[in-house]
Ligand binder design. Structure first.
Ligand SMILES: Nc1ncnc2c1ncn2[C@@H]1O[C@H](COP(=O)(O)OP(=O)(O)OP(=O)(O)O)[C@@H](O)[C@H]1O
Ligand SMILES: [Mg+2]
Length: 282
């Protein structure tokens, strides 16, 4: 079943914010969604109101081969969360080493999760390369990369377009077809943001599927441990995320156990939805 992996070569660009809010919006459209945290920061849960002192989670338990269904939190109809779980430095390094020794430790439960009929998995990942990202990319329907409208993000474009961010050589080239980009924290009044967004649109074409405005409601919603569509439904960032969710919803297989779309089909769908949602890239 479909897997959307939220990733970025950069940290602090809104991966977790986008993962949480996309999961919420897509569940509200009637999909069965599992939001899954692969980042040892264990921050995805905070968007869903899980108390700080609640440190239970899936990745933290992985060496004990936990039952993912038992650890999943039922948050709302159609919406489940698998937190990462609290880990200290030693635990996090031990987990990386265990995954290097035995990739099946993650690959096996991931296959079981992805075999669940009708389930859409939205995975939040740590910044940059990680064992989690390496395990997710070959299974991912789409890899949604978050960037900012700044020079450092533009500098990452060659790595993204070549596929090097997702793998080496031919393998990276194959996975590059799954890559889509969202620009986050766009300041509408900023000339730099406008120029960067234009440069990204030119360079990425249909791979650039959306932009999210910088909006103080985003940080406020997190401070209240609430999702944006509940905290400030009409705010600019909520509307931007809803627009991205609509594009994803149309591009993904229908909720009723349809076969996964081929990348070529997805590309055609993205092309059709681009104009309706964002206008022609310039
Ligand atoms: N569109 C936005 N407008 C305003 N603030 C935002 C927006 N998106 C994210 N933020 C804020 O930016 C900060 C970083 O966001 P977030 O934690 O989602 O990034 P991240 O890429 O997951 O970070 P990390 O690399 O550490 O995992 C948070 O304080 C968040 O509230
Ligand atoms: Mg994060």
């Amino acid at each position: 079943m479909p897997l959307i992996c939220i990733a970025s070569p950069k940290g602090g660009v809104g991966k977790t914010t986008i993962a949480a809010n996309l999961a919420h919006v897509l569940a509200c459209t009637g999909r069965q969604v599992l939001a899954m945290d692969f980042d040892p920061q264990n921050a995805l849960r905070l968007h869903f109101g899980i108390p700080l002192e609640d440190g239970a989670g899936f990745l933290a338990e992985l060496p004990k081969r936990p039952d993912w269904r038992a650890l999943a939190r039922h948050l709302a109809p159609g919406l489940r969360l698998l937190p990462h779980g609290r880990v200290d430095l030693h635990d996090a390094l031990a987990l990386e080493e265990a995954l290097e020794r035995e990739p099946a430790l993650l690959a096996t439960p991931l296959a079981s999760i992805l075999a669940e009929p009708g389930l859409l998995v939205i995975a939040d990942t740590p910044p940059g390369p990680s064992r989690a990202l390496a395990a997710l990319v070959p299974q991912a329907t789409l890899v949604l990369v978050a960037l900012l409208a700044d020079g450092a993000s533009v500098a990452q474009l060659p790595e993204l377009q070549s596929g090097r961010f997702l793998g080496n050589g031919t393998l990276g080239g194959l996975f590059a077809a799954r890559l889509r980009v969202v620009v986050n924290e766009v300041e509408a009044s900023s000339r730099l943001a406008g120029e960067v967004a234009r440069a990204m649109a030119e360079s990425l074409g249909q791979r650039l599927i959306g932009a999210v405005a910088r909006d103080h409601a985003v940080a406020e919603a997190l401070a209240c441990q609430t999702l944006l569509a509940d905290y400030a439904p009409g705010c600019r960032a909520a509307e931007d995320i809803a627009a991205i969710a609509r594009i994803l919803d149309r591009a993904l297989p229908a909720p009723a156990a349809a076969p996964a779309a081929e990348p070529a089909t997805l590309a055609a769908q993205w092309g059709a939805t681009w104009g309706a949602n964002w206008g022609a890239p310039t």
